[in-house]
Design a protein around this ligand. Structure first.
Ligand code: SF4
Length: 205
């Protein structure tokens, strides 16, 4: 698919979906970063209330550092890998207190528990920077659309950078995540309700 058509698809999806629930829930850079880190391998519907509870007790990096680890673990208990993620939350808070709020890719991925995907979600959705965060939804839908045929996230990210207009990079993750959660489901995608079916190579898979 050529860049022009890819831009059209992103524009159609842009008219269907707004901000993600995560972006609406957390307007503070530290809280958004920690919430996205916590959401790894955990559904947003589980992560968001847990993260809100954590920030109601400790809303800032300084407050998280003062919170005993066992208290953080207790709050994070409903989400997967809660002990590791409690340690990451503590580590992120410590680094931000020492070095300031990270705003670049390199600064973000230097933080504990912050993956390439998490850094790109923060850059694109919080700061509006040109970055493409590849997760399972982005991987699945762009393969179905016939845009790419990759399976490794970093390869997918670079392949998408070549065909998505740069000014649209920041929208790719938020739009495809919402499309993947509602229409282009992993099993039994709802192709008859899909606003981009005319662009799709795998309609009816
Ligand atoms: S037509 Fe079907 S497979 Fe293609 S993007 Fe839409 S829901 Fe997904």
């Amino acid at each position: 698919m050529d860049t022009y058509k890819v831009g059209e698809v992103v524009a159609v999806l842009g008219a269907c979906y707004g901000e993600t629930e995560m972006a609406r829930a957390f307007r503070d850079p530290f809280q958004f970063l920690v919430a996205v880190m916590l959401s790894a391998r955990s559904k947003d519907s589980t992560t968001i209330p847990v993260a809100k509870e954590l920030f109601s007790v400790a809303p800032t990096p300084e407050a998280i550092l003062k919170l005993p680890r066992h208290k953080i673990e207790k709050i994070l208990h409903p989400i997967g890998f809660f002990r590791v993620k409690a340690a990451y939350a503590h580590g992120i808070a410590r680094k931000i207190v020492e070095c300031g709020t990270p705003t670049t890719f390199d600064e973000l991925v230097s933080l504990p528990g912050v993956s390439r995907k998490t850094a790109n979600v923060v850059l694109s959705q919080f700061y509006g920077e040109p970055a493409i965060a590849v997760d399972v939804h982005v991987e699945r839908i762009t393969n179905r659309l016939g845009w790419i045929s990759t399976k490794i996230p970093e390869e997918t990210e670079h392949a998408l950078q070549k065909i998505v207009p740069r000014e649209r990079w920041k929208d790719v993750n938020r739009l495809l995540v919402q499309h993947g959660q509602t229409i282009c489901l992993p099993r039994k995608p709802k192709c008859s309700n899909c606003p981009i079916s005319q662009y799709c190579e795998k309609i009816g898979v």
